[in-house]
Design a protein around this ligand. Structure first.
Ligand SMILES: Cc1cc2nc3c(=O)[nH]c(=O)nc-3n(C[C@H](O)[C@H](O)[C@H](O)COP(=O)(O)OP(=O)(O)OC[C@H]3O[C@@H](n4cnc5c(N)ncnc54)[C@H](O)[C@@H]3O)c2cc1C
Ligand code: FES
Ligand code: FES
Length: 1292
């Protein structure tokens, strides 16, 4: 690159090197600069982890605007002349933290902390783009940021607590770039206070290695640039550069960056016309639409459109995206369900384009998208909107699988001129347009013709319109879209909604509310818990010990560990056949690619081709040798100097297959084949046949739950570095001991040469218990072969395809009850899909959880698993437990339905009495204890539940959540509304916490004699669950020092050897115990020294004296047999939902959770676990829907585009969490109970609440009786279960 260019980041200028090309994104560039605080997860605009803030000058006005943007999509070259602020530009531990970081820390808004820098930057962007902000705007600004850990509640609360005064006071913070008190001169200040930098004229053309980047500054320069391109040039205009995340650009030779052209950024709002230049970003368009709507008559329709666009992408994407880029995408890809297109079509917008000769032409949006813009070298210049008459109605809709950051299943735009006084007659041909139907369908012209000139009050006209839609709307059948049936139904229902809105009070009051969309109010939360001040700092509600460095991006993860000298890049080569024989893997062409050093496959393994160690006795291949078992299976690793060389090498590897078999993808298909031989054993109690004989009712049914991606924000990653001793492994592992052995086993080197460390991981949820060893062993093998450090960091797509998820489950059941509804017998089979390998499966554990808190004399619950051609499934937060517990709730609902009794009363009638017996899950205990390398003996069969707290907890919930009153109100609401329904449920839970006699965790505690500070380490992994905070609190309590004296060191196989899995809620629990025990032993020795001194001396003096006397002031501790015990965890949730029957969309109005946490070791940590687990469960039960290509077995849901965990605007509007009052746990560690997993099951209360709402909707449709609800209960399923038929879409 000839020109020397600079980019300003956090007030510092960086020279842009020759390696920066047109496709280099800001996020990658920041890493190259050593700015690791900006995290990345998806690289496609879908997660918000990578947010940065950019201040740039509007070429039209000269004003500086500052906005949060997704740095994974921002081209570095588009930042020339702008100022970039990254998380490093805010605060840090040396100079003090920014107020936003402080608030996030104080409100416990971080768990694993991987999303935290992005969250902070989202909020920072808001505070820099506006001088004041509302709570609603704070919530809206998090619409593109995923947090898998916290459930969002504390993040929302933290940011709502940031005031304008806080931001004004920022001047007291030391400036990271000058080192002096902030003067408001660079990036940490508002626009108005920014130092004006002289704008340098950038060179117009940059000739890069692979392509050209032009950046015209005038319209004429733009025309000239386009016209000068060779006829065959593959060019693109670059505005926000977000389009390539939607549709790949392919290979491009010329990039023309248009954002410096003033005419394309103009905004004009007058009473006659509103116009926007092509580059005006969607956020700014929306702001000006709202302004026009509230200022000038005839523009009120713009507000409705802007409101719908709030659900277009996310705030940061809208900050970058131009409306013109969106329309250009639509023009090039007719199947794109563009919200901009639909909105502007309904609005009757005029679009002006120009050819390279500067000659302009006006088009409707429908005309525009038929133009081959690139082929005809047309540039979009502006759009114009006119006021509309009072008789004109414009309405737009967007129906999505999740409220925010989702592409529409169907969007719709309606424009009708109506003579209200004349029976609401449609005066001329209306506009009825839909997106998301097919690549050819836009206007429902036959339906438009039916309505033209007709009265909307005439029911026959409406029915004719619905018939016309049924004929002309033929939705494409695409596996990642909602079904054609649902999308057709939406076209009819949305038209009906529009008509209801127009005719208003003409319609019967029971149907009138069908007109409105659900409006989500600003959300809120409440926490109630005991303050056990007598034991502080144990039990003190403190923020997590590493929260500050997480919020500031200083916290280091494996993936953000700085690059090592000579470090190489490893990329998996994966299978494209799910079930085939591998004939050959030919990497010869790959090895010719410059930068590629090696292909590493099964043949390179010096040891065992087996990554399984403690968790299963069956070997699991690192790389397959004969057959593939699933699509996306790692076959080997390409090792290269960088990512692009590795990608090119990966593409060049030729894999040949034969004997290609059709993949088996579901439990139902797999059940047609014989079961694998090593099935589990049933849980039997009493005699079910006798129980059925004594039953008045026998009820049978089935229910299933689908899989769930863990969605840890940090994908699987390992850095393997050969050392003089052996191999250093930095792995995102939940189990260092197993990773150590797996690497040793594959490399055939002794364990004492494999040094595995982990400081923290960006979320695990079970996905990194042993699945991490696929990556760790592969990285170690590659490093071993090339004798250089190799890092493998999976991209999101590979992480979602190569690594297994939660096991899908099917439960078939038969239950007998007497006349009064008392359980007599439960017989069930729980079938899990283990994927292509049983690793092991959790069906055996699930069967023991099925009884939950209920009593029944006769049980026969059989586990079984099947194998499918999918990635080996694995533990995912509360594996087996959540299935067992929630299947039983389904059974209880089924019984209540058949008997016609109140579901809550039925549950209360069947509760396990105090002193009742639960079967212990011996199998699970054996697995957990494999680390001890011997089979467990003498595991008890039963566990006694001394007190079933549920009965009291239900009573408490009934009062605190005002259950009876709210149910009465809901009944009334449902009678009065046909198209909106509400439901309320109360769900109890007994979550069995199982722990084997030998569940070893080691702790190491050392006191530093010169200052009295305390260092601890333990064998668990900090992954957001707060293990470090809890153990630090235990240490401080037992030693009698302030919490600030304690620091937690990374986990390492040498200092904390032979520790068990950090999973199944055991990690925090046992690690807290062993740390406390080690501290007690030190304290005892110190007490002796204290006694000898004869008087109370300060801690520092005491430890120094002890040290000088030769007393050991450090201690290891490992828990022995049966030291830490299991028990039952109780919880009750009450959820209320509101359902839009016509669309399936909903609001979770309120959830109350009463959780038994014993005496909490750390209430803020535990609250975070409860809220986070609940929201993760919400995703499992409602939105997260895995999909496969049935012919190839490819997992289709491998991006943020088509996999939808809940986001901040999905969680319960009102979420109240209470910890059971005064409930110390005599069996628990320091009287506590575990919290990481149990509350996930309580999210099933949402399905139960929806069942109530659906019951009412179905009754209106004339249907009664039980119906099966399989999870996830998506918007599509909800609408379908409501049995809406066009014939019922009436006004009366
Ligand atoms: C995560 C994410 C979520 C999204 N969600 C939605 C959604 O819910 N609904 C929705 O409708 N859209 C959605 N989008 C699409 C988004 O709105 C578009 O990507 C964006 O508007 C494109 O604008 P841009 O400025 O980034 O265009 P760019 O990416 O810069 O350009 C895109 C295309 O437009 C062409 N182009 C740009 N300017 C002009 C011009 N002046 N004249 C002619 N051609 C031009 C370019 O040549 C290029 O082909 C989403 C995008 C992302 C990344
Ligand atoms: S990494 Fe940029 S949005 Fe996900
Ligand atoms: S804290 Fe948000 S993803 Fe972990």
């Amino acid at each position: 690159m000839a020109d020397v260019l600079t980019i300003t980041i956090n007030g510092k200028e960086y020279e842009v090197g020759a390696d920066v090309g047109a496709t280099t994104r800001l996020a990658s560039y920041l890493k190259e600069l050593g700015l690791y605080g900006t995290h990345t997860t998806c690289y496609e605009g879908g997660c918000g982890a990578c947010l940065a803030v950019i201040s740039s000058t509007d070429p039209a006005t000269g004003n500086v605007t500052t906005k949060a943007v997704n740095s994974c999509l921002v081209p570095v070259l588009s930042c020339l002349g702008s100022e970039v602020t990254t998380i490093e530009g805010l605060g840090n531990k040396h100079d003090g933290y920014h107020v936003i970081e402080q608030r996030l820390r104080e409100y416990s808004g971080t768990q694993c902390g991987y999303c935290s820098p992005g969250m902070v930057m989202a909020m920072y962007g808001l505070t820099q783009s506006q001088s004041s902000w509302t709570k609603e705007e704070v919530e809206q600004h998090l619409d593109g940021s995923i947090c898998r850990c916290t459930g969002y509640r504390p993040i929302l609360d933290a940011f709502k607590a940031v005031t304008t005064q806080d931001i004004e006071d920022i001047h007291t913070v030391k400036c990271p770039s000058t080192g002096r008190a902030c003067q408001g001169c660079c990036t940490s200040t508002k626009n108005k206070e920014r130092r004006e930098r002289p704008q340098q004229r950038q060179p117009q053309t940059l000739r890069l290695q692979a392509s050209n980047w032009q950046q015209p500054a005038t319209l004429q320069e733009l025309y000239d640039a386009v016209s000068a391109l060779p006829p065959d040039a593959e060019y693109t205009l670059v505005s926000g550069n977000t389009g390539q995340a939607v549709y790949s650009l392919g290979s491009i030779s010329d990039y023309i960056y248009t954002r410096n052209v003033p005419e394309l950024s103009t905004v004009i709002v007058t009473q006659d016309e509103v116009t926007f230049g092509a580059n005006v970003c969607i956020s700014e368009v929306m702001t000006n639409m709202e302004a026009a709507a509230s200022t000038y008559s005839g523009f009120s329709y713009l507000s409705q459109i802007a409101q719908t666009w709030r659900y277009l992408a996310s705030t940061s994407i809208r900050n970058m995206s131009s409306w013109a880029g969106n329309l250009a995408l639509k023009a090039a890809n007719p199947d794109f369900p563009s919200d901009i297109f639909i909105g502007l079509l309904a609005a009757g917008a005029t679009i002006t384009t120009a050819g390279t000769d500067g000659v302009t032409a006006n088009h409707t949006v429908e005309e525009l998208v038929k133009i081959d813009l690139k082929g005809e070298r047309q540039v979009i210049l502006r759009l114009s909107l006119a006021p509309v008459g009072e008789d004109e109605v414009i309405r737009v809709f967007k129906i999505t699988p999740r409220l925010t950051n989702s592409i529409a299943y169907v969007n719709a735009g309606f424009r009708l001129r109506v003579d209200q006084a004349n029976a609401h007659t449609v005066l001329d041909t209306p506009i009825i347009a839909y997106g998301g139907i097919s690549s050819t369908f836009v206007r429902a012209s036959a339906t438009e013709a039916v309505l033209a000139g007709k009265s909307l009050e005439d029911e026959t006209v409406l029915q004719a319109a619905f018939d016309a839609l049924a004929t002309e709307v033929i939705p494409d059948d695409m596996p990642t879209l909602a079904s054609p049936e649902y999308r057709l139904a939406l076209t009819q229902n949305l038209l009906y909604k529009t008509v209801l809105g127009i005719v208003g009070s003409i319609a019967d009051p029971t149907v009138a509310s069908g007109a409105t969309d659900l409006q989500r109010p600003v959300s809120s939360g409440q926490h109630t818990y005991d303050l056990n001040t007598d034991i502080y700092p144990l039990g003190e509600p403190v923020p997590k010990v590493e929260a500050a460095i997480q919020c500031s991006g200083e916290a280091q993860y494996v993936g953000t560990t700085p690059t090592q000298p000579g470090e190489l890049y490893g990329l998996f080569v994966t299978s494209t056949q799910a079930n085939a024989r591998i004939v050959s893997i030919d990497a010869s062409a790959a090895l010719e690619v410059p930068g590629v050093l090696a292909f590493v496959g099964a043949a390179d393994i010096p040891g065992e081709n087996n990554i399984k160690v403690f968790s299963d006795s069956k070997p699991e291949l690192l790389f397959p040798e004969e057959r593939t078992m699933f699509y996306g299976q790692p076959l080997g690793v390409i090792v290269a100097t960088g990512r692009s060389a590795a990608s090119a090498g990966q593409r060049a590897v030729k894999v040949t297959y034969d004997d290609i078999q059709s993949p088996v993808l579901t439990i139902e298909e797999a059940l047609k084949e014989p079961l694998p031989p090593d099935q589990g054993f049933p849980f039997v109690e009493g005699d079910v046949q006798a129980g059925f004989a004594a039953s008045a009712y026998i009820i049978q049914g089935a229910v299933s739950h689908d899989s769930q991606y863990h969605f840890h924000m940090e994908t699987q990653v390992c850095l393997a570095t050969p050392t003089d001793i052996g191999m250093d492994i930095l792995s995102s592992t939940q189990w260092v001991s197993e990773t150590q052995r797996a690497v040793g086993q594959v490399l055939n080197i002794p364990d004492n040469t494999v040094n595995v460390s982990v400081k923290r991981i960006g979320g695990g949820f079970g996905g990194k218990i042993d699945r991490c060893n696929i990556v760790a062993a592969a990285a170690a093998l590659a490093a071993f072969k090339v004798n250089q450090p190799v890092r493998i960091s999976l991209d999101l797509g590979t992480n979602m395809t190569a690594i297994g998820w939660r096991e899908p489950f099917l439960c078939t059941y038969k239950v007998g009850v007497d006349e009064a509804g008392v359980l007599q017998a439960v017989e069930a089979t729980l079938t899990s899909d283990a994927g292509s390998w049983s690793t092991p499966n959790s069906s055996q554990g699930a069967i023991f959880c099925l009884p939950s808190c209920y009593n029944c004399p006769n049980w026969l619950v059989t586990p079984q698993y099947v194998l499918t051609n999918t990635a080996p499934n694995t533990a995912c937060r509360s594996p087996g437990t959540v299935e067992g517990i929630t299947f039983m709730e389904n059974i209880m609902d089924h019984v209540a339905d058949v008997l016609g009794v109140d579901p809550l009363e039925l549950r209360q009638k069947n509760l396990l009495p105090d002193g009742g017996i639960r079967k212990l899950n011996q199998h699970m205990i054996r697995i957990r204890n494999r680390i001890a390398a011997h089979e467990m003996v003498n595991i008890p069969e039963d566990i006694i539940v001394p007190r079933n707290l549920i009965s009291d907890m239900i009573d408490e919930m009934k009062v605190s959540a005002d259950v009876d009153n709210r149910r009465a109100l809901i009944t009334q609401f449902n009678q009065e509304n046909r198209w909106k329904k509400r439901g309320l449920s109360v769900m109890p839970m007994l979550w069995p916490y199982w722990l084997g006699p030998v569940t070893p965790f080691s702790a190491m505690v050392s006191i530093n004699p010169r200052d009295g500070s305390v260092s601890i380490s333990h064998g668990g992994t900090e992954m957001g669950q707060g293990i470090n905070t809890k153990t630090a609190q235990c240490a401080a309590y037992e030693l009698g020092v302030p919490l600030e004296y304690v620091s937690v060191m990374p986990t390492n196989t040498h200092t904390n050897p032979n520790s068990s899995i950090t999973g199944g809620s055991t990690g925090s629990d046992v690690a807290s115990y062993v740390v406390a025990e080690a501290c007690k032993m030190i304290r005892e020795r110190l007490n002796a020294v204290q006694e000898a001194i004869g008087e109370d001396v300060p801690w520092e003096e005491l430890v120094l004296t002890a040290f000088n006397q030769g007393v050991d002031i450090s201690q290891r501790y490992v828990n022995g047999v049966d030291e830490v015990k299991g028990y039952s965890v109780f919880g009750v949730a009450c959820s209320e939902v509101e359902l839009d029957v016509l669309t399936g969309q909903y609001l979770i109005l309120r959830t109350d959770i009463l959780e038994d946490v014993g005496r909490s070791l750390s209430p803020l940590v535990d609250l975070g676990q409860v809220e986070g687990a609940f929201v993760m469960g919400q995703g499992l039960f409602l939105t997260e829907h895995p999909l496969y290509d049935v012919s190839t077995g490819q997992r289709l849901t491998d991006t943020t585009w088509n996999y939808k965990p809940p986001m901040a605007l999905d969680i319960p509007v009102d979420l109240r969490v209470t910890f059971l009052h005064n409930a110390p746990n005599p069996l628990g560690v320091l009287s506590s109970k575990v919290t990481s997993e149990p509350p996930l099951s309580l999210a099933y209360s949402l399905v139960m609440a929806f069942r109530q709402a659906l019951n009412s909707a179905r009754q209106d449709a004339g249907a009664t009786g039980w119906f099966q609800i399989d999870a996830p209960l998506t918007v599509e399923k909800l609408e379908g279960l409501c049995l809406v038929d066009p014939s019922r879409l009436t006004l009366q």
